[in-house]
Design a protein around this ligand. Structure first.
Ligand SMILES: Nc1ncnc2c1ncn2[C@@H]1O[C@H](COP(=O)(O)OP(=O)(O)OP(=O)(O)O)[C@@H](O)[C@H]1O
Ligand SMILES: [Mg+2]
Length: 369
């Protein structure tokens, strides 16, 4: 095995953040209690007598089993479910559902927390390298976990290529910009493919530059591919991913593309409300999964041209306000000369609106040489 290269970005090392988090003295409680705490956001547990959903009032063994099978097997998932949803999935009464949700929230100390604690939680987040130092710099170190990042742009701007590259990069060790810890079971990647453009051959090509750092023979085994044939199927796959994330270690979920099916199926003004409602539900599933499981969620999006724009770039992502609000970071990709592409931070709660150039090559996403 060749010696490990240093990560070629100016990113703060994920490792450092971990050790800082470990210093906290509070009883930490993983929202995703089936997983190693190294992949979960730690939330202070107010009531240490409640450690799993079976400890909650009103949940017997049969209900616990049923809830776990429906994807509500953790305190975190019960603390964030709506009463209506719990009534239907758990076959429980309204009052019992409210009691369970409240108890889960109390156990996890949900509600308002001081901002220094928010900062502490954010330190537990990880960043996945894109493979290009300039792109990583643009993102403040890489693609964040516990958030939804959206890449939008015209056709052939590199959305699918970046999604493929991240599937490999996520499998790097943490000190090189991935999510894995030496000696622990590797994290899995889920790829929801709505356009049939996932290419395992491309993943293998992209893995070669990290030979020795990622296990090239296992890199495909760690990526679970789901081909979504329509929007309902896509929603089911996302829910399945959320459910699987409670029993398996999943670090990255890709949805390529987020909107294509919704756009094709709901045509005309009359269907817009239904489309947005479904899309909202789908995005909510992704957002919650990202935050509760400390996973990176990457979605790609198409663009449309705004006819009423007389100044500036008329290209805008589709999906309207619903997608805009759910994606924490929105990245606009444009073509440049040859293999060059331009990435621009179009919206972020933290990052400035900068842009940078990168290249799509046979080996994947690289800095411009
Ligand atoms: N093996 C390769 N070697 C070099 N460049 C490649 C390779 N495969 C793909 N590309 C580059 O990637 C581009 C396609 O990018 P990608 O598939 O990510 O586009 P996209 O933004 O997902 O487009 P769409 O909206 O059509 O899905 C190609 O035009 C080509 O320039
Ligand atoms: Mg694509």
């Amino acid at each position: 095995m060749p010696p490990r290269k240093k990560r070629a970005t100016s990113a703060k090392k994920n490792e450092m953040k971990e050790s800082e988090v470990k210093k906290t003295e509070s009883t930490s409680f993983s929202t995703n209690n089936n997983l190693s705490s190294s992949n979960s956001i730690e939330i202070k547990n107010k009531d240490s007598t409640i450690e799993s959903i079976s400890d909650l009032p009103g949940i017997g063994p049969a209900t616990a089993k049923k809830l776990t099978e429906s994807g509500f097997g953790t305190l975190g998932s019960l603390a964030t479910v709506s009463v209506g949803e719990l009534v239907s999935v758990g076959n429980l009464g309204d009052a019992t559902s409210r009691k369970i949700i409240q108890a889960a929230r109390d156990a996890l100390n949900f509600g308002f927390i001081p901002a220094d604690e928010v900062l502490e939680r954010r330190r537990n987040m990880l960043k996945i390298t894109t493979g290009s130092a300039s792109l990583d710099d643009l993102f403040g170190g890489g693609i964040e976990t516990a958030a939804v990042t959206e890449f939008y742009g015209e056709y052939r701007t590199g959305k699918t290529q970046i999604a493929h590259q991240l599937c490999v990069a996520a499998q790097l060790p943490r000190e090189l910009g991935g999510l894995n810890i030496d000696g622990e079971e590797p994290l899995k990647v889920i790829y929801i493919d709505t356009e049939g453009t996932f290419r395992p051959e491309r993943i293998l090509n992209m893995s070669k530059r990290w030979e020795g750092d990622v296990d090239v023979k296992k890199v495909l085994k760690n990526i679970m591919h789901g081909r979504a044939y329509n929007s309902d199927h896509q929603m089911v796959l996302a829910e399945k991913a959320a459910q699987d994330s409670q029993t398996q270690r999943i670090g990255l979920v890709v949805v390529d593309s987020l909107i294509a099916h919704f756009r094709a199926e709901y045509v005309g003004r009359g269907t817009l409300a239904t489309r947005q409602q479904k899309l909202n539900q789908h995005i909510h599933t992704l957002l919650k999964m990202a935050e509760v499981g400390n996973m990176a969620v990457i979605v790609t999006n198409q663009v449309h041209s705004k006819p009423d724009m007389f100044f500036g770039d008329p290209i805008a992502p589709v999906g309207g306000h619903i997608v805009a609000h759910a994606s924490q970071t929105r990245v606009y990709l444009r073509k440049s000369k040859g293999e060059r592409r331009i990435a621009r931070i179009a919206d972020s709660p933290l990052l400035p609106e900068n842009e940078t150039v990168f290249a799509i090559t046979g080996d994947g996403i690289l800095d411009v040489g």
